[in-house]
Design a protein around this ligand. Structure first.
Ligand code: GCV
Length: 653
């Protein structure tokens, strides 16, 4: 086996071997076959028990349509177990939940008691792959694509099936397989050049309840259709897409739909023709509607040709300005996909005001588990605590419950994440990055889960009952996002990275660029004024939040430089100046990264050699690289201010 099974290894539960078990499956079909096969795999691994089919088995799998279609109910006691799902997919989810519960309990089969009924918090639970047809992955940090290579769609049956199992095991029900930047051969995915292998994808993933989406090129009418326009209001364009949709769904009948990046970072879109984003999305929605197709339209629309000299333009305002006026104008089979923050997956940002603003439009929040700005899977950075904070944020735009988690419930809504997988043996580059893949799925399905409890599950399922490993890695995972935030960009300001690669410190890397992401560090202070005296971005929020962000007294300090330009000697609630806070957090963050390394080294006796070596190299790099961050940032601010560290620690002059 060339690659790991991640959390589906089903390591034996010590002292729990049991006699063979029987199962009865009511119903038939590929998803129920997957459920039965998974149960067999799990029971063989955990208890060494083979599974045979009988009429009245120890374990009974069946559908109860009274349950949520993707929900399940488990009752296990005294060696007998019933798993019911609201559909075949619900049964499959129930099987994974039983196997998870069995591993968490760590007892003999006959002693296992499970009473659990669940329904998903979100209808759409999706991963976006940024895989290119040549095999590269945009912002990929774990090898190359396992979907594409040299403009060919790969059909590695075993790996695809294992991936589908991983997705279903945490409740992911959709994936877009190609990069949102659709260029070159990728434009041809919706032609008969690629239908045959894609059909196989639909079967493999369909057997695990996972819908496949394709990213399309909004200018396909020109690149494929020979038209000289992609104006969404041109009848020839609409007719071409209608015909194309008929052809696509005739060949790929279970396709979920299209994901579209338009008018963004050089991609074509309706703005070229003075049309709105709704014109573009609705034209496609009408084309795919007869086949039950779905259009996911991204809201990452901003001016990437900004002049840094112009301090009036604020990229943070762009998404809301482009989409809020269109609320209610989108077809029912359109979902707007909105990044969690108004900028771009920084280690800390406020929640995008568009998420709360739209009242009559389906929305999905887009997260990123590919660690583009959070250490690129070389640093450990467990993101579930951050995602949970986002989900819990109340945007105060609904009288009852305005939390993000509540706003994304219901048909047509949900969560997506840019995924962190590739063809590395461990799938995610850093072994611990798999906790983000696992955790994201679990959090989509149940937005109330505690990030620490998710980490515990992932650790137990991945490493078995191994207390030193579980305790040490739990502690490292839970401290990792705060540590990363400390030694990188301070107080919500973001962006102090090397341009293009987004790795490593470069304080002014983007400061004089066209990308609209500035920190405005100067002789007099740092941060962006987004109050009424600046860009007034804060008034895109409901009045309570606008007021809160606009005042330095009430703005949460972890975001204070996102909203305010403050002097270096401004005193934070801790009594420290902004400058001393920067120095302190950078020293503390680097110390924490060094501790991660030392703590991890203590696990040598408890991990296999290969796993240990792979992780040791990453922790060693993180420790060193955190020092680089510390020194570059601290020196930069020392040179801006001429003020020494209050505690006399080493800052390079
Ligand atoms: C796929 C950021 C990334 C780009 C990405 C873009 C997007 O700008 O750096 O690589 O493009 O976001 O989300 O579309």
């Amino acid at each position: 086996m060339a690659y790991t099974k991640c959390w589906l290894a089903y390591p034996a539960i010590a002292g729990a071997a049991c006699a063979d078990l029987t199962v009865s499956v009511e119903g038939a079909g590929p998803i129920l076959d997957s459920a039965r096969a998974e149960l067999a795999r799990g029971l063989a691994g955990l208890y060494g028990a083979a599974l045979t089919d009988v009429a009245d088995g120890d374990i009974r799998l069946g559908v109860d349509t009274a349950l949520d279609p993707e929900g399940y109910r488990i009752h296990a006691e005294n060696g007998r177990c019933t798993i019911e799902g609201g559909s075949d997919t619900g049964v499959l989810y129930g099987v994974f939940a039983l196997l998870r519960a069995a591993q968490m309990a760590g007892c003999a089969w006959k002693d296992l008691t499970v009473q659990e009924e669940k329904a998903p918090a979100n209808r759409m639970r999706m991963l976006n792959h940024w895989d290119n047809l040549d095999g590269s992955i945009e912002r990929g940090y774990s090898g190359e694509s396992f979907f594409f290579k040299d403009d060919v769609v790969l059909v590695d049956e075993a790996r695809l099936a294992d991936y589908a199992r991983m997705l279903a095991s945490v409740g992911i029900n959709a994936i877009a397989i190609n990069n949102v930047n659709v260029k070159h051969a990728a434009t041809w995915l919706i032609t008969d050049r690629y239908y045959a292998p894609l059909r196989r994808y639909l079967e493999i993933f369909g057997a695990y309840g996972v819908k496949i989406y394709l990213c399309i090129n909004f200018a396909a009418t020109m690149d494929l259709g020979g038209l000289d326009t992609c104006d969404p209001c041109d009848p020839a364009v609409a007719a071409w897409w209608k015909e194309k949709a008929a052809d696509v769904w005739a060949n790929l009948p279970d396709l979920g739909g299209f994901l579209v990046k338009a008018d963004s970072e050089g991609r074509p879109g309706p703005f070229t023709y003075n049309r709105t984003q709704a014109d573009g999305a609705n034209m496609l929605a009408d084309a795919v509607a007869p086949y039950g197709g779905h259009i996911i339209w991204r809201c990452f629309v901003y001016n990437c040709q900004q002049d840094w000299r112009d301090t009036k333009i604020d990229r943070a305002c762009a998404g809301y300005n482009a989409f809020m006026p269109l609320d209610g104008q989108f077809r029912d089979n359109v979902t707007l996909q909105i990044k969690n923050g108004p900028m771009d997956f920084q280690v800390r940002e406020p929640v995008s005001p568009l998420i709360g603003g739209l009242q009559h439009t389906h929305i999905m929040v887009e997260f990123q588990i590919a660690q583009e700005y959070t250490g690129q899977q070389r640093h450990v950075c467990y993101l579930m605590p951050w995602f949970r904070q986002i989900l819990d944020t109340d945007l105060r735009t609904r009288p009852d419950n305005g939390t993000v988690a509540a706003l994304i419930r219901g048909a047509g809504n949900g969560m997506a994440a840019v995924t962190n997988t590739g063809n590395d043996d461990n799938w995610t580059g850093h072994d611990l990055a798999a906790a983000n893949l696992y955790g994201f799925g679990r959090l989509c399905y149940d937005t109330t889960l505690d990030p620490g409890a998710i980490a515990d599950e992932w650790l137990r399922l991945t490493y078995g009952d191994n207390p030193p490993v579980e305790q040490t890695l739990h502690s490292i995972l839970m401290r990792s996002w705060p540590a990363y935030e400390k030694y990188t960009a301070p107080l919500g300001v973001g962006w102090m990275v090397n341009p293009n690669y987004h790795y490593g410190p470069n304080v002014d890397g983007y400061e004089y660029s066209r990308w609209g992401c500035y920190h405005r560090a100067s002789f007099d202070g740092i941060g962006i004024d987004r109050t009424p005296s600046g860009s007034d971005y804060c008034h895109q929020y409901a009045p309570e939040l606008a007021e809160m962000y606009a005042s330095t007294d009430t703005c949460p300090e972890e975001l204070i430089l996102f909203f305010h330009h403050l002097p270096y000697d401004y005193r934070l609630k801790s009594g420290k100046t902004v400058l001393q806070h920067i120095y302190d957090t950078h020293f503390e963050g680097a110390e924490e990264a060094a501790r991660f390394y030392d703590e991890f080294m203590g696990l040598k006796p408890y991990l296999d050699e290969e796993t240990f070596a792979r992780m040791e190299a990453r922790f060693a790099h993180q420790k060193e690289h955190a020092c680089e961050w510390r020194d570059v940032i601290n020196t930069y601010f020392y040179r801006k201010t001429g003020v020494e560290d209050a505690h006399g620690r080493k800052i390079y002059h």
